[in-house]
Design a protein around this ligand. Structure first.
Ligand code: 5GP
Length: 189
């Protein structure tokens, strides 16, 4: 998606060879026009799939997932992050390592909001190693819902997440792919 690439070139700061800061559009501030455009693009990609629900994880996935859900006219659900895993029988919980924070968090979705009748698109801001996505995929599987695929704003294709999830036979659509952040430079695929 050319518009997203352009905005990343304008506001992106390379933090290290592995991490890019996109606070101005994704992780601290929200650009409504850009977010709406991202939502339209994911909706276009998945429109024929009879989506019933858009799933994401708090917090940065929420605006994008909202925009997709708005376009498809379906509900959006966000997994919540919990400090402690309570053994609540009314929720699906999974433990996932957090790429940016370097800690493990427990994520959960209430059984009320995901079940076997759902056809789900999973949306997130970034994919790096794929741990967040795999946690959410496990939750979708456990709920009996059908996973239609992923929609990722920024795939860092030099990390294994997107590739390994595709290799598992799951559709992964990313709006931009960053091939390298070496030497402080953003290189798109
Ligand atoms: P993964 O679980 O795929 O390793 O990492 C995905 C999560 O880590 C994303 O939801 C995102 O919040 C965060 N993340 C991964 N890489 C980056 C990055 O380069 N920049 C920022 N701002 N967040 C990232």
């Amino acid at each position: 998606m050319e518009l997203l690439k352009q905005r990343i070139r304008e506001i992106g700061t390379v933090v290290s060879g592995e991490v890019i800061k996109l606070d101005a559009i994704l992780n601290h501030a929200v650009d409504p026009a850009l977010t709406t455009a991202m939502g339209k693009e994911f909706a276009r990609l998945y429109r024929e799939e009879r989506v019933t629900k858009v799933l994401t994880i708090e917090s940065s996935g929420i605006p994008i997932a909202f925009a997709v859900a708005q376009e498809l006219n379906v509900p959006m659900v966000f997994a919540r992050r919990k400090k402690t895993l309570n053994m609540d029988t009314d929720t699906y919980s999974e433990r996932v390592p957090s790429f940016t924070k370097g800690i493990v968090t427990d994520i959960m979705v209430s059984k009320e909001f995901l079940n076997e009748t759902d056809r789900v698109v999973l949306i997130d801001d970034f994919i790096a190693n794929g741990d967040a996505a795999r946690g959410l995929i496990r939750i979708i599987r456990r709920s009996g819902a059908t996973l239609l695929g992923l929609g990722i704003a920024v795939e860092k294709s030099f990390q294994a997440g997107g590739r390994t999830i595709r290799e598992a036979g799951i559709r992964v659509e990313s709006l931009v792919k960053i091939a390298s952040l070496a030497n402080g430079q953003i290189e798109f695929e």
